[in-house]
Design a protein around this ligand. Structure first.
Ligand SMILES: CCCCCCCC/C=C\CCCCCCCC(=O)OC[C@H](COP(=O)(O)OP(=O)(O)OC[C@H]1O[C@@H](n2ccc(N)nc2=O)[C@H](O)[C@@H]1O)OC(=O)CCCCCCC/C=C\CCCCCCCC
Ligand code: LIP
Ligand code: MG
Ligand code: MG
Length: 207
């Protein structure tokens, strides 16, 4: 859904991309800096229960994922390796965010098995959403559909974690439940989309 905002957002992101390009940073370097920043923010702050500041750091570095592509496009340096690196580093960042939460809820002084289970489910279902799309593209169809693509997943998780860090009660559990349900629905939406496309292809090109 938020993917539809890309053309509008690019009016803001492209000038930032142009400025970053002048620093001489390559798109791949921006991808790696963003990933290191998100991983550092998640694993450095969340396990200690510093949810607000961890979220602030992650939010700053998560934007690098928009800037890497923007720099690649304005400098004419888009590459297939860059696209591959970008998507794989997204998985590393996503894993770090939920691992940081899991480390916190696994601590003896804050142990909460339900929250560990929820965070684990969000991590695995989010990865499955992305894998379904990547595998669909591997077999020659598309699966860019669903109510919880990466932008939505990031916003729901970061807002919930950040507000929890500010002391808002229940918001983290509500956010993670919402994310778990939305990610599961998105997996089903992608499976259905792939199945439908393959059925149409099999009618037009019987094997
Ligand atoms: C009181 C509350 C306390 C809590 C505080 C914090 C709350 C946090 C709340 C919200 C935070 C929201 C953050 C979420 C931002 C999400 C950003 C994001 O994840 O964007 C990700 C994607 C980018 O996707 P992708 O990586 O696929 O796109 P690229 O443009 O990079 O293109 C990929 C292609 O580029 C090439 N390439 C790439 C890399 C490389 N090394 N080489 C390359 O060649 C290659 O061809 C690749 O194929 O974006 C989206 O998903 C789009 C939709 C996201 C919409 C998010 C909406 C964000 C909300 C506000 C936006 C405000 C914008 C302001 C910008 C300010 C700038 C200074
Ligand atoms: O598939 P998804 O996770 O909803 O969304 C994402 C895509 O929009 C993006 O282009 C890709 O680079 C990411 O790695 C991620 O996969
Ligand atoms: Mg990117
Ligand atoms: Mg990305």
């Amino acid at each position: 859904m938020l993917n539809q905002l890309r053309p509008a957002l690019s009016r803001v992101i492209t000038p930032v991309g142009r400025a970053l390009a002048r620093t001489g940073l390559t798109p791949n370097a921006i991808t790696l800096i963003g990933t290191l920043g998100v991983v550092g923010g998640a694993l450095g702050f969340y396990p200690r229960g510093e949810f607000f500041w961890g979220t602030v750091v992650i939010t700053v570095f998560v934007f690098f994922d928009m800037f890497d592509g923007a720099v690649a496009r304005v400098t004419g340096k888009t590459s297939r390796f860059g696209a591959f690196l970008d998507s794989n580093m997204d998985r590393v960042s996503d894993a770090a965010i939920f691992s940081g939460l899991i480390f916190y809820f696994a601590r003896q002084d804050h142990q909460d098995l339900l929250m560990i289970g929820l965070a684990l489910f969000c991590l695995v279902s989010g990865a499955l959403v992305s894998y379904a799309r990547a595998r669909a593209e591997g077999i020659g169809v598309g699966a860019t559909v669903g109510i919880a693509e990466r932008g939505e997943r990031l916003i729901v998780s970061l807002v919930a974690i950040g507000l929890d860090g500010l002391g808002v009660p229940y918001v983290l559990a509500i956010g993670l439940w919402l994310l778990a349900v939305a990610s599961a629905i998105t997996v089903v939406q992608r499976f259905v989309a792939v199945r439908r496309q393959l059925e149409v292809l099999e009618v037009s090109e019987p094997s």
